[in-house]
Design a protein around this ligand. Structure first.
Ligand SMILES: Cc1cc2nc3c(=O)[nH]c(=O)nc-3n(C[C@H](O)[C@H](O)[C@H](O)COP(=O)(O)OP(=O)(O)OC[C@H]3O[C@@H](n4cnc5c(N)ncnc54)[C@H](O)[C@@H]3O)c2cc1C
Length: 468
């Protein structure tokens, strides 16, 4: 019998047979029955249909699948909603995908504890709606809410639109259940805000992108449901003014719920695109901002929000601003910020970096200059969750002979490294950014990550080639 971590074709079909015998044909799809969507996530990496897709209906079935795969050294790729942007859920042809989509539903909402327990394959939007129906607020929100799953959000430690106020996915998770590579079920469900009894094991699975275990249940923290929302679009004269306004807004409003910045090339492209219905402010400003405040006293909050913008105008931190007069108009502002129109550009390369907030303006200027010097006709866009120190960069360039996407990586990640930033703010490392992890993590950190991986997954079956 072969003991390699990359088994032969015979061993692979043996494993499919074993999975079929244990879980049944309804839960194990192979060959032509594997749907195309399991071949890739949103990263743009080349698709590959996995050897088989397992769709477990319970934690016990996830455990059975992993136990069998572990025994044979069969590699496994966990798949949530497949909206990941780092290639973490894109399989290779020799992998078995474990798709969590049938592990779906809200198990419990505990109003006393203000928690909800959710199966990992539940779409984020479904969990948000359930929280709202129970009079609470689930503070995790991102553009992919309709497709991404809570388990995927936890596995990537997703960020999104409310991080500045409520934190990332990690801050919403009080407990979870996960299955280890050998099929051991680890029950770390917890509803308490305080629990310091030994190592906080759930943290191993949050943000580890399916390389240390498969998340099957999540206990989420719920917040009081905000009663009102004030949203503005503003134009700022420079990056120093953007930062000054961020600090003013945090003080005046007791915390904003979103503070997003758009550089002018991004703003113009998106608002000139036929798919975008609105242009909140005229072109020509050095920066555009989307500022949002979720509050509990709509009339008083609206007055404070208006006063904030008036003070910022008087201080020269903004040159113009418009406040949304309806939820529909606020939504239009967010459509501009989400900027899906840029996805129409062929060959778009997306980055998701973080830097100390004060360094972002200079970083964007230097990085933009370097990219445009090398590819003068390229589209280079900067935008992002600036209040969270998170900048997105999108580049569409025409490469000359011998050039590739890695030449863009080298420029962007070189600038990030020089300023002590991170190559991933919220999307994760996956396969796409793995080779650059050393740009922002020290050798001793990487060695400890390898040691953790070896301890939890000694045969290296869980999402091989991702993150590390
Ligand atoms: C339009 C759009 C907007 C987006 N906006 C944001 C944003 O604002 N902020 C942000 O952070 N991300 C954003 N993303 C990226 C993506 O939505 C998130 O990374 C999301 O958390 C991925 O969830 P998923 O269920 O789709 O996971 P997948 O893409 O299926 O998987 C992502 C990773 O998690 C692993 N995984 C999935 N489920 C499990 C599980 N149950 N147990 C263990 N591992 C698992 C996979 O192996 C993979 O490594 C956006 C994506 C799109 C397409």
């Amino acid at each position: 019998m072969r003991r390699s971590s990359e088994p032969s074709g015979i061993a692979m079909s043996d494993i499919v047979r074993e999975l079929l015998a244990a879980l049944g044909a309804e839960a194990v799809l192979s060959g032509g029955a594997v749907e195309d969507r399991h071949a890739a996530d949103w990263s743009g990496l080349d698709p590959a249909r996995p050897l088989a897709v397992v769709k477990p209906r319970s934690t016990a079935e996830v455990a059975t699948a992993l136990r069998l795969c572990h025994a044979r050294g069969q590699t496994v790729v966990p798949q949530g909603g497949l909206t990941g942007l780092a290639g973490g859920a894109t399989p290779r042809a020799r992998d078995i995908a474990v798709a969590l989509e049938r592990l779906r539903g809200i198990e419990e909402i505990d109003a006393d504890a203000a928690t909800m327990t959710v199966l990992a394959g539940t779409p984020l939007e479904e969990a948000q709606r359930a929280a709202e129906a129970a009079g609470f607020y689930l503070a995790l929100d991102l553009g992919a809410r309709g497709s991404c799953q809570v388990g995927g959000n936890v596995a990537t430690n997703a960020g999104g639109n409310r991080v500045i106020r409520y934190g990332m996915a990690r801050e919403q998770v009080l407990g979870l259940e996960a299955v280890l590579a050998d099929g051991t079920v680890l029950d770390c469900r917890n509803k308490m805000l305080k629990n310091n009894a030994g190592y906080d094991l759930k943290q191993l699975f949050i943000g580890s992108e399916g390389t240390l275990g498969i998340v099957t249940r999540v206990v989420l923290r719920l917040h009081p449901r905000p009663r009102g929302r004030a949203t503005a679009f503003a134009a700022a004269p420079g990056y120093a003014a953007v930062v000054a306004l961020l600090r003013r807004a945090q003080g005046a409003l007791g915390g904003v719920s979103a503070f997003e910045a758009l550089w002018p090339d991004f703003y113009r492209f998106v608002t000139d695109h036929p798919d975008t219905k609105s242009k909140p402010l005229p072109d020509g400003s050095p920066f555009y901002l989307l500022i949002e405040h979720l509050g509990f006293d709509p009339a008083a909050d609206a007055a404070r929000f208006e006063a904030l913008l008036a003070e910022a105008l008087a201080a020269g931190e903004i040159a113009d601003a418009v406040i949304a007069q309806s939820d529909g108009q606020a939504r239009e502002f967010w459509v501009v910020r989400e900027g899906l129109a840029i996805d129409t550009l062929p060959g778009l390369i997306n980055f998701d970096v973080s830097l100390p907030i004060g360094a972002i303006g200079d970083f964007a200027e230097r990085c933009g200059q370097a990219l445009r010097a090398r590819w003068p006709t390229a589209h280079v866009f900067f935008y992002g969750h600036i209040g969270d120190s998170n900048l997105h960069i999108s580049v569409a360039a025409t490469f000359g002979p011998g050039e590739s996407i890695h030449d863009v990586d080298d420029i962007v990640y070189g600038e990030v490294r020089a300023r002590g930033g991170s190559i991933s703010a919220e999307h994760g490392i996956g396969r796409l950014k793995r080779d650059y992890l050393g740009h922002c993590r020290a050798p001793a950190e990487l060695a400890l990550m390898q040691a953790l991986k070896a301890a939890l997954d000694p045969r290296g079956i869980l999402n091989p080639g991702k993150v590390l």
